[in-house]
Design a protein around this ligand. Structure first.
Ligand SMILES: [Cu+2]
Length: 279
């Protein structure tokens, strides 16, 4: 019960959790830069608190039993069995603990998976062997949209605005890839065919974040890194205007990312081997 109380206390104090994190009360949780990540962080804190409370309680009981019922003489203690109240208690309490954890997990999961009717920005994500193509989709089928295509050694650079709901709609040209930006604390499979996975994210901090393919998709899986540049709304607007201008001048890019990658100069492979290291 103490565990539940502690968990409830921590979960209701959601806004303070972020502050607590900044005071490095992270308990092993990575720094989330997205709204969704911060929500998962609250869930993590509550779960750790509940686990710690249960742990301390159980450890206390064990130590107490060791001392209280230690062997004092050769005489056999009174033998007991079938203590119904205790048995009901240790069946019901874990059920309650698990239910509470389940409830908060479901709430957090729904929050993270929630998709709005009109996101601020929509990006089409196309995974291919071996990099990514990002399309700035303005919802207008008439005009050609800017495509950002990466190749191994020259990773795709996606630009999105800070504090905006950004929807990612994913598809793959060949095998299953997985779109993963570690700092977003978010990862979702990119599947070929008719299955189009999507998700929305709101990034709170400007910065340049590395993304990776998190599904072993073949020989050059490790070269599927990309970057997400999170910039201010003004910077994003001027970037996008520039991109549309480029598309207008150069004509529509090949819609097939492999074709486009193949036509690009791959340069010296050896030189490109030692690219983007850590996060
Ligand atoms: Cu991949």
């Amino acid at each position: 019960m103490a565990a539940l109380a502690a968990a409830a206390l921590l979960l209701t104090a959601g806004c303070d959790a972020r502050e607590a994190y900044e005071n490095s009360f992270s308990l092993g949780f990575p720094d989330p830069v997205t709204e969704e990540g911060a929500n998962i962080y609250d869930l993590w804190l509550g779960s750790v608190a509940a686990a710690a409370a249960v742990g301390v309680f159980v450890l206390g009981l064990i130590l107490w039993a060791c001392v209280r019922y230690r062997k004092r003489s050769e005489e056999l203690p009174r033998q007991v069995r079938y203590n119904l109240p205790i048995e009901v208690l240790y069946t019901v309490v874990p059920l309650v603990v698990v239910s509470v954890l389940f409830y908060y997990t479901a709430v957090s999961q729904n929050f993270v998976n929630e998709e709005s009717d009109d996101p601020d920005v929509t990006i089409q994500v196309i995974g291919f062997q071996w990099n990514w193509q990002f399309v700035h989709d303005d919802g207008d089928a008439e005009t050609a949209d800017p495509r950002i295509t990466g190749i191994p050694g020259q990773p795709a650079e996606l630009v999105i605005p800070v504090d905006s709901k950004v929807r990612f709609e994913q598809t793959s040209n060949d095998v299953i890839h997985s779109f993963y930006v570690p700092k977003f604390l978010f990862k979702r499979d990119v599947i070929p065919g008719n299955q189009r996975n999507s998700f929305e994210i709101t990034v709170r901090e400007e910065g340049r974040y590395i993304g990776r393919c998190a599904e072993l998709c073949g020989e050059k899986h490790d070269r599927m890194n990309f970057y997400v540049n999170v910039v201010s709304q003004e910077e994003y607007d001027s970037y996008l205007a520039e991109q549309y201008e480029r598309v207008e001048q150069q004509g529509d890019f090949a819609s097939n990312p492999e074709e486009q990658a193949a036509s690009a100069n791959l340069g010296n492979e050896d030189e490109l081997m030692n690219e983007e290291g850590e996060e």
